[in-house]
Design a protein. Structure first.
Lengths: 300, 589, 170
């Protein structure tokens, strides 16, 4: 079996063909109007874009795209002030559950022990840190299995469940308030996004950036249309150099004889369609009586 | 029969000026781009968007083919695979199709009625609306690769709730549909003008096909329009807490089956009206072509439950009715097979072909417009068989949601439609741009590469489906089920390799097509094209068929009655137990 | 209206083909007794499954060689089926009741014709006869999210003698 790519596969390009600048300066008006119209469209679509669901997450360090597929990620839950904190493994009643750690991201004091406790839901799980600092071993499904790890130093540790990584079963532990001089993060498993050094309050991309990105993508896709439209308008106006296009003169070179309505019987066609009918019949009988009626079937 | 039909009327004077002010000589027949420059621009823009969507959708397709077969998984993660899959489905099955068809139909009505569109402003309006919808939906889908944007639509082409996409996605899709409605209005208004000047004439065949297809489209899009506008957009904006997934599926599949005929009938338009001429012959029977289109108008929509054969909550009686209606739908396609092949045979024999089957060699296989359409028709015959299996109600258990289903539709929309599009583009693009086709040797080989790739990929998909391998899955390897994947013929690994190779060949073929198109588009206009658009009269013309065939009002009325008979009670009972219930919690993806 | 005699022949044969195909389907439905999944499973409140029979999913013996199996599909596992296999004895008639706790899923017993959609709010009821001991994989074949491809389960049809000796999983 080929190895599965992790959640950080390369992004594929989605832009349309590159925009070419036309050199002709003599029609500024129509081009500007068209571009304005497209920009207006882009802006209104951008507005609609931001009117949609709000997915942006707020407090805590910037996890980049670590939690992109983790549906129960709801910011960093504050579990400071306790010496032992429990995280459910295979939480059934959350978004994306039971393939989820709940809470997905927590903040604890240095010296806290985290106990991961399996619920028994969602099949086999394990708890593996991306920097290798802790690992609960082979995935197991059993309820009430536990795994403990004590976090001594400040930083951000990311971990995941190996069999369910692509389904978004991931977590993070924020120890202390990293960024104020303490140790860096617990290693990065992804190749994109930054690891935030700021404390609570830094916001990932949202709001006006959505509008800008939406508008830019739309502009890039509309650009070839706009370009072509304007090029055609140029052609029509600079008509003196454009020829009148005519079709090929009709020749009957390849025709050897003329067959009128009463002279033609499609015998070849009849043969072909009869063969086709025979093939259909045989294939149907095979499919129905051999393939289909072979195994256990729904009878009620 | 030599009474000129409307198809044959040519605007010619001895010498004169075109609309754009160029002079010409009477013995030359003007290219479409000169006769209808405004419409030609609309057609060009529609094709531009369509081919762009085809290119991007095809790129997504080859990424998928390599990923799910395990050959190469480095482009996207398996979670992002579903974003790619959504893009592939929407760009190809919604954007590529609708835009190309809008362009093709614009060409067909102006050409066959020999008059410009009734309103070019309306044309700009529907094009802009469709384009806006496309951009919105595309942004929503592609933003799924960038999680920090907070926008995504990883819901696949069928967008079944309770999986929920961003409202931008649903709104974009709705705008594409509404734009297409306006395009239909444009065609009908043009027809109405023509009718006032020609009160007794039979509807020109191409226009007849366009109008019946658009009537089918209006009838069928009602379902998805209600689903999206009344339910899903407000739901995605947070105005409704939940929707009933079964009701939404039912509304979707009300649309989801006839939409495939919205894709197929334009291919049939090409095969009936242009392909005989490309083969050097004449259409075997105009009246039969009209009958086929009327049958599709009547029967396409009341069949949607055959996509829901194993849905709980729908009684077996409704499924059985859908099955019988679907089986009747085989008839117009089987009739098409006969008429189209007979027309091609006529052409071959006029070119000197002889013998029971030897005439096949006398056909212009070196011309890609012909070969592409012919190969598309051949593959469609195979796809029709797998469609019969899908339709067989209880045998559907064998293959539902397995890889057999994509095997089937890559033969039908993926070849009968897509390859016909590419083939006819070689013939039509010169006429709408005024430029000769470039890279003709690449074009000549392109349909064969597509054919080869599709034969490999879809036959392996069919066999894999019989083995039980599921569709819509990024990594179809399972711990226990793998052992059950016993193939009919050939092993599991061999099927995956065939799918991968086939997919790559298809992508190569697509690149060949795009190279030809780009080079042609960017070249200079020519004085004389190598194609001519004259289409000879059919062997048996419209006068040999009853006038009632042209009575569009009658046919749409019957179609509406059939739809009510099939859908009124089921939809009524689905809504009766709660418009929004029973349902489940909303899951944004 | 003029129809060429070959075309009339083809029309007749096409209609015969259609009748023949429909006939085999009817044969399957009647003589072989194959039934489609329908609304006999009823509707259910997907958000309160714990108050229904699905609150305690698993295999239950309901008669001589008759068993009911209640299965709930979640993102991304079957309960039961994923964390422990579903066990039923050979030579029995089993009725599966399958529903979803969240989104639309699929339920297919690989290498059989046991195949249904699983829709929240609806209960899919399928009755199947298992004659021979075998081990089957269960697959979810309808896209249900990013973990869809890892969603699978196991169905074990054990020899009758072995089954009596083990506990039916609750």
């Amino acid at each position: 079996m080929n190895e599965r790519s992790d959640g950080r596969g390369r992004r594929s390009r989605q832009e349309g063909p590159p925009v070419k600048e036309t050199q002709n300066p003599t029609r500024p008006i129509s081009r500007r109007t068209t571009l304005k119209a497209v920009a207006g469209v882009a802006a209104s679509a951008g507005a609609l874009a931001t009117a949609g669901r709000a997915n942006a997450q707020a407090d805590g360090p910037d996890f980049g795209s670590w939690f992109e597929k983790t549906e129960n990620f709801d910011g960093v839950v504050d579990e400071t002030g306790q010496s032992e904190v429990t995280v459910a493994v295979g939480a059934p009643d959350v978004a994306g559950g039971p393939l989820a750690f709940e809470p997905a991201a927590i903040r604890v004091d240095p010296g806290t022990t985290i106990r991961w406790e399996w619920t028994g839901s969602g099949g086999p799980h394990n708890v593996v840190a991306t920097d290798g600092s802790f690992d609960s071993g082979d995935p197991v499904p059993t309820a009430e299995t536990t795994f403990d790890h004590t976090f001594e130093s400040e930083g951000v540790s990311r971990y995941l469940c190996e069999p369910h990584e692509t389904a978004g079963m991931k977590g993070a532990v924020v120890v202390g308030t990293p960024g104020s001089g303490g140790g860096g993060d617990g290693g990065s498993g992804d190749g994109s996004g930054q690891d935030g050094q700021a404390a609570d309050g830094s916001e990932p991309l949202s709001g006006p950036w959505d509008v800008v990105m939406t508008g830019l993508v739309m502009l890039m896709m509309a650009a070839p249309i706009v370009y072509h439209y304007n090029r055609d308008r140029v052609r029509q106006r600079a008509s003196s150099v454009v020829p009148t296009v005519t079709e090929a003169p009709q020749t009957d070179d390849e025709q050897v004889e003329t067959l009128g309505h009463d002279e033609f019987d499609p015998t070849g066609t009849l043969s072909l369609v009869l063969v086709y009918l025979a093939i259909l019949g045989v294939m149907w009988v095979f499919m129905y009586f051999v393939e289909f009626l072979g195994g256990p079937t729904v009878v009620g | 029969m030599s009474t000129p039909t409307a198809d044959e009327t040519v605007t010619e004077t001895t010498t004169g000026e075109t609309a754009a002010g160029h002079s010409y000589d009477a013995s030359d027949r003007l290219a479409y781009v000169e006769r209808f420059p405004d419409a030609a621009l609309i057609v060009r823009l529609c094709f531009l968007v369509a081919f762009g969507a085809l290119g991007l959708g095809g790129l997504f397709g080859v990424i998928q083919a390599l990923h799910r077969t395990g050959i190469y998984r480095g482009v996207v993660s398996s979670a992002d695979y579903y974003t790619v899959l959504t893009g592939h489905g929407v760009l190809l099955a919604l954007v590529f199709t609708t835009f190309f068809i809008a362009g093709l139909f614009t060409w067909a009505v102006t050409r066959s009625m020999d008059r410009p569109l009734s309103s070019i402003r309306l044309a700009w309006a529907w094009f802009a609306l469709m384009l806006l919808g496309t951009l919105m939906a595309a942004v929503a889908i592609v933003a799924g690769f960038f999680p920090s944007l907070g926008i995504s639509a990883d819901v696949l082409f069928t967008f079944y709730p309770p999986l929920q996409a961003h409202p931008l996605f649903y709104t974009g899709a709705a705008l594409i549909i509404v734009g297409s409605w306006l395009a239909g209005a444009n065609y009908f208004l043009t027809y109405r003008e023509w009718r006032q000047e020609n009160p007794d004439a039979r509807i020109p065949l191409q226009t007849f096909m366009v109008l019946t297809t658009m009537l089918l489209w209006y009838l069928s899009t009602i379902g998805v329009a209600i689903e999206v506008v009344v339910f899903l957009i407000p739901w995605s904006l947070g105005l409704f807490e939940q929707v009933d997934p079964l009701t939404m599926r039912t509304l979707f599949w009300y649309f989801g089956h006839p939409v495939v005929y919205f894709w197929l009938l334009p291919a049939y338009l090409v095969w009936y009206t242009v392909l005989p001429k490309l083969a050097g012959g004449r259409l075997f029977s105009d009246a039969l072509a009209r009958i086929v289109f009327v049958l599709f108008l009547l029967l396409s929509t009341p069949t949607g439950f055959h996509h829901q054969y194993i849905d709980p909550g729908i009684p077996e009686g409704f499924k059985t009715v859908a099955m019988t209606n679907t089986m009747m739908l085989l008839l117009p396609s089987l009739l098409t097979a006969f008429t189209v092949v007979a027309s091609i045979e006529h052409g071959a024999r006029q070119r000197g072909g002889e013998g029971r089957l030897g005439w096949l060699r006398s056909l212009p296989w070196e011309k890609p417009a012909f070969s592409g359409c012919a190969l598309a028709g051949l593959m469609f015959a195979a796809g029709g068989f797998s469609g019969m299996i899908n339709a067989g109600m209880n045998i559907n258990y064998l293959i539902h949601n397995t890889l057999w289903v994509p095997g089937h539709f890559h033969l039908t929309v993926g070849t009968a439609f897509a390859l016909t599009v590419m083939a006819i583009a070689y013939w039509l693009v010169p006429q709408i741009t005024g430029k000769r086709l470039r890279n003709r040797s690449l074009a000549a080989v392109q349909p064969y590469v597509w054919f080869g790739g599709m034969v490999l990929m879809s036959n392996a998909m069919h066999r894999a489906g019989l083995a039980g391998i599921p569709r819509r899955t990024a990594e179809p390897e399972y711990n226990v089920a793998d052992a059950s994947f016993t193939g009919v013929v050939g092993g599991y690994q061999e099927m995956r390799i065939q799918i991968a190779i086939g997919g790559v060949l298809l992508f190569v073929s697509l690149l060949l097509f795009l190279v030809v198109m780009v080079n042609t588009w960017r070249s200079e206009k020519s004085e004389q094209l190598r194609v001519d658009s004259r289409i000879p009269d059919p062997l048996s013309g419209p006068e040999h068929g009853p006038r009632v065939l042209d009575n569009l009002r009658l046919w749409i009325a019957i179609a509406i009655v059939l739809v009510l008979l099939t859908y009124a009670i089921p939809v009524g009972s689905l809504l009766a137990d709660g418009v929004f219930a029973p349902g489940g919690p909303t899951v944004p993806v | 209206m003029e129809i060429h005699r070959f075309e009339r022949l083809w029309l007749a044969l096409s209609l015969l083909l259609i009748l023949g195909i429909t006939g085999t389907v009817v044969y399957g439905a009647t003589a072989e007794g194959i039934k489609m999944v329908d609304d006999s499973g009823g509707t259910i409140d997907a958000e309160n499954l714990q108050d229904t029979e699905f609150g305690d999913p698993g295999v239950r013996k309901v008669g001589e060689n008759r068993y009911d199996v209640y299965i709930v599909a979640h993102r991304f596992f079957f309960d039961p089926g994923t964390s422990q296999p579903i066990e039923i004895p050979a030579e029995s008639t089993v009725t599966f009741y399958v529903t979803s706790a969240d989104v639309v899923h699929g339920f297919q017993v690989a290498d059989t014709n046991v195949n249904t959609m699983v829709i929240p709010g609806q209960v899919a009821k399928l009755t199947v006869e298992f004659d021979n001991p075998d081990s089957y994989g269960i697959i979810c074949h309808e896209y249900c999210g990013s973990g869809h491809h890892s969603m699978e389960g196991e169905l074990d049809v054990v020899p009758k003698s072995e089954y009596n000796a083990t506990e039916a999983s609750a």
